[in-house]
Design a protein around this ligand. Structure first.
Ligand code: AP5
Length: 223
């Protein structure tokens, strides 16, 4: 079982890089933000509470996200491992993850921090577009789609995320950086942390990421 955790501030590039890494390692991506957006889309009372929390820029409470995420991690497609995008985000979540993996004699193999200074992140989020069908990620400045309002991959409409407005982005940074730093320290102390410069162009970030998990050259996708 290969478990890789992608860490980084909102907008650092986790969702951009996760599909490339997942394809190389042949494991699924488990993205906590996507899981929570599907809870919101269900229209349940829990979904309404989660939506309010996400729009406020705060983290969803540990009980809810740990239950939701670990249920997903137990899915049959993740039996050989997974790329974890956005989880854990607190020390409590990191401990819960270790406990769950220990039941299968597994552990987090690598935690990779994609580091980007905060000022650059606010600009990035303003230019982000995602596709409605599958969440493919674009950026008006650094990674534009071929047509302005359509996904290159599946042709679905491109939209701004509800929590990408500047006020919410700044709130996300303020609320979420301190617990992220605790998680970074947690993995540093376990000797599995690698840090990558997320200001580099997207293909160079990819190369550093694949180096950090020792993906051999023959397993890397062209381009
Ligand atoms: P989530 O959906 O996980 O959002 P996030 O972590 O805030 O991360 P983002 O998806 O915003 O950014 P990213 O790092 O994936 O960057 P991207 O690749 O898109 O979470 C949403 C909310 O759910 C949270 O705020 C919280 O409320 C809740 N939540 C989620 N997980 C939780 C948890 N575990 N516990 C509690 N609550 C939780 O890139 C951003 C932009 O930059 C794109 O436009 C992209 O094209 C561009 N870009 C990417 N790389 C580069 C580069 N190298 N150079 C230039 N531009 C780049």
């Amino acid at each position: 079982m290969t478990v890789v955790v992608l860490l980084g501030a909102p907008g650092a590039g986790k969702g951009t890089q996760a599909p490339i890494l997942a394809a190389c390692l042949k494991v699924p991506i488990l993205a906590s933000g996507e899981l929570l957006r599907s809870v919101v889309a269900s229209g349940s009372e829990l979904g309404r509470q989660v939506q309010a929390t996400m729009l406020s820029g705060e983290l969803v409470d540990d009980d809810t996200i740990v239950r939701t995420f670990l249920d997903r991690l137990r899915g049959p497609d993740a039996s050989k491992g997974a790329i974890l995008d956005g989880f854990p985000r607190t020390r409590g979540q990191a401990v819960a993850l270790d406990d769950a993996l220990a039941e299968h004699s597994a552990r987090v193999d690598r935690a990779i921090l994609i580091h980007v200074p905060l000022d650059e992140l606010v600009t990035r989020m303003a230019g982000r577009l995602i596709c409605q069908a599958s969440g493919h990620v674009y950026n008006l400045q650094s990674n534009p789609p071929q047509q302005p309002d359509r996904c290159d991959i599946d042709g679905s409409p491109l939209v701004h995320r509800a929590d990408d407005g500047e006020v919410t982005v700044r709130a996300r940074m303020a609320q979420q950086m301190p617990p992220l730093e605790e998680v970074v320290e947690y993995y540093r102390s376990r000797g599995v942390l690698a840090t990558i410069d997320g200001r580099l162009p997207i293909p160079e970030v990819t190369t550093q990421l694949l180096n950090a998990v020792d993906v051999p050259a023959e397993s890397r996708q062209p381009g």
